[in-house]
Design a protein around this ligand. Structure first.
Ligand SMILES: [Zn+2]
Ligand SMILES: [Zn+2]
Length: 598
């Protein structure tokens, strides 16, 4: 847990304390930190609404002010069960009714795991921690909204009220957060996506399946061009794979049955012969299994490694309809994917190069605030939550940590949150207005290549299994473009702008029109996305029209410009930049695009 998550999770305990002071019968389930805050699930006959927030916050303030210690107590399973039965967990003291959800949670804690309680003031909760030292360490907090949720996410279980809030180190940081949310509303990618004609959704196509209009497609293709150039320079090779595969592939990879809920249901093909079983195909939820097959398709020797297979692969995931959100949560996504197959000796250098690629992209997009969240394993859970290869865990984690430290990358280490088959890094970035986005994940994988039987012939002629690094610095087009729309507020830099240049005439003289056409032709000849506005609308209206669609650069041409061989330059958001010789203005445009100036 990060410091902020600790504050937020601790605040969930304070929330529960306050609710119990008002409604002693409340039954609590889970209360974790989440993106931008925390929640606590509660069962309560009274329906909590935002009108109740002030009253609950009043009680919470008292708890924070009292500055109670978060006291950790280890208990045996029997003690924990007894406390739950007496209603003393997530409670202020014994109650007439058992703490039923906590009782269920206790009985599901695996054998051998340490069971801990945390106390703040009168309140005791079953919790693994960690927390802040004292309630007074919660600098500022606010309840934000209520939703409903089934216990353990299962609709056969009771429906609970999910109370959301957020907390910060201090009031200034909290205020900055709420100011940022206000600004973010204006930059909402769904709103700008509609206004700028970038993408849309259609009921007949299906929820969560974005359709890209021509302007949005420009963004996609510019990003792909950037990724292809960058990956080519870094020694990647490109592959292409189909969007679906037979069931067997996912049984090998382990996606089935464990990941089945996140996949679209299978397509069943009736067999052509008698007595044959049905052939099932699934839309791919990840590109890895296909890439592993490509690694295995050719005899590999140590000379082939590192092998870096890249693809902007389209994946399909069955997100619950309640989880869908604009471009941020979708059911079809195009991923900036690649898998690097390497030896243990090559791992460190490969990992370093991946990080370098991130930093390069951050510079291009003017992302100056980011954090890498490095999730490691817990030695106590080898063989259960984490693949049982102690030595490889320690070795790769050391290497990852070393690379992160030496390259001066901003990172936090989070124990016990690695993927099953290796350490992972989630990359969080902050937009220009300070909103946080998780855009990408890198994973080290030392289990799956073995499952696929991937080998290379080493120098000594023995067969060895390669390590695999999964990486996707630009995440998915959907999420990354959603981020960029907000980051730039739709005012994309020239190289990325769907409408780069519009040539606008003042007047209708033939010579003037010919001059404008000549400039337009020259720009188009160099693949600049230039449009020509020769209409006889007043120039003010023509400019307003271009500004509305956030056309990056306007070349406004009147008779005086024609005589001087010049153009009047206008940049969206910056206004009139005065007259410039035509050749100079055009050369500037070419340079800004080819250098991808911010
Ligand atoms: Zn806790
Ligand atoms: Zn992968």
């Amino acid at each position: 847990m990060t410091d902020l998550e600790r504050i937020r999770h601790s605040c969930a305990h304070v929330l529960a304390t306050a609710i119990l002071k008002i409604w002693p019968e409340a039954q609590f389930a889970a209360g974790p930190p989440v993106e931008n805050g925390f929640y606590y699930d509660v069962e309560l006959p009274h329906r909590i609404t935002p009108e109740d927030f002030a009253r609950i916050e009043e009680e919470m303030k008292r708890e924070v002010k009292a500055n109670h210690i978060f006291e950790r107590v280890e208990v045996s399973r029997d003690e924990a069960v007894a406390l739950a039965e007496r209603g003393e967990l997530a409670a202020l003291g014994p109650r007439g009714e058992a703490s039923k959800f906590k009782l269920d949670i206790v009985t599901n804690i695996p054998d051998g795991e340490v069971i801990t309680l945390y106390r703040n003031g009168e309140f005791t909760d079953l919790c693994a921690g960690p927390h802040v030292m004292r309630t007074g360490n919660i600098g500022a907090f606010k309840l934000t909204h209520v939703a409903s949720a089934y216990y353990k996410g299962d609709e056969n279980n009771p429906q609970l009220q999910r109370i959301y809030g957020t907390a910060f180190k201090n009031k200034t940081e909290m205020q900055a957060y709420f100011d940022m949310l206000e600004e973010a509303k204006k930059r909402d990618h769904r709103k700008l996506g509609r206004e700028l004609e970038l993408f849309c959704f259609d009921d007949d196509v299906g929820p969560g399946l974005p359709l890209w209009l021509p302007r949005g497609t420009v963004l996609i293709e510019e990003l792909e061009k950037l990724a292809k150039e960058t990956e080519f320079a870094a020694g990647y090779v490109r592959v292409r794979t189909p969007h679906l595969a037979r069931e067997n592939l996912y049984l090998t990879s382990g996606h089935l049955p464990y990941y089945a809920e996140s996949m679209f249901p299978p397509m069943e093909l009736k067999p052509e012969g008698e007595g044959l079983s049905c052939d099932r195909y699934y839309l791919k939820a990840m590109n890895c299994p296909h890439h592993h097959k490509l690694f295995g398709a050719v005899q590999r020797s140590y000379r082939d490694l590192p092998l870096r297979l890249a693809e902007y692969g389209t994946c399909y995931r069955y997100e619950q309809s309640g989880e869908l959100f604009g471009l941020m949560r979708v059911r079809s996504m195009q991923m900036n994917d690649a898998h690097i197959y390497c030896t243990e000796e090559q791992f460190e250098e490969e990992f370093r190069a991946v990080n370098e690629m991130y930093l390069k992209y951050f510079a291009i997009f003017g992302i100056d605030r980011y954090q890498m969240r490095f999730s490691t394993h817990d030695p106590a859970k080898l063989g259960q939550k984490f693949v049982d290869q102690s030595e490889l865990w320690l070795k790769t984690e050391d290497m990852v940590r070393g690379v992160l430290q030496r390259s001066g990358i901003n990172f936090v280490e989070v124990p016990n949150e690695a993927a099953f088959y290796g350490p992972k890094i989630d990359v969080q970035v902050w937009s220009a207005i300070g909103r946080e986005f998780t855009i990408a994940t890198n994973q080290v994988d030392f289990a799956v290549p073995k499952k696929f039987g991937l080998v290379y012939k080493d120098r000594d002629n023995t067969e060895k299994t390669p390590l695999c690094i999964h990486r996707a610095p630009l995440g998915t087009h959907e999420r990354f473009i959603g981020f960029l729309i907000e980051h730039y507020a739709g005012n994309f830099p020239l190289w990325l702008a769907p409408d780069q240049v519009r040539v606008i005439t003042i007047g209708e003289d033939q010579a003037l029109v010919d001059y404008a056409k000549e400039i337009h032709r020259e720009l188009r000849h160099h693949e600049v996305r230039a449009e020509l506005d020769l209409s006889n609308d007043p120039v003010k209206a023509k400019i307003a029209d271009a500004e509305k669609m956030k056309v990056h650069t306007m070349l406004v041409i009147g008779n005086r410009d024609l005589e001087a061989g010049a153009v009047s330059l206008r940049v969206h958001g910056k206004g009139n930049l005065g007259s410039k010789p035509k050749a100079e203005a055009v050369a500037e445009i070419f340079a800004a695009i080819s250098e991808r100036r911010p």
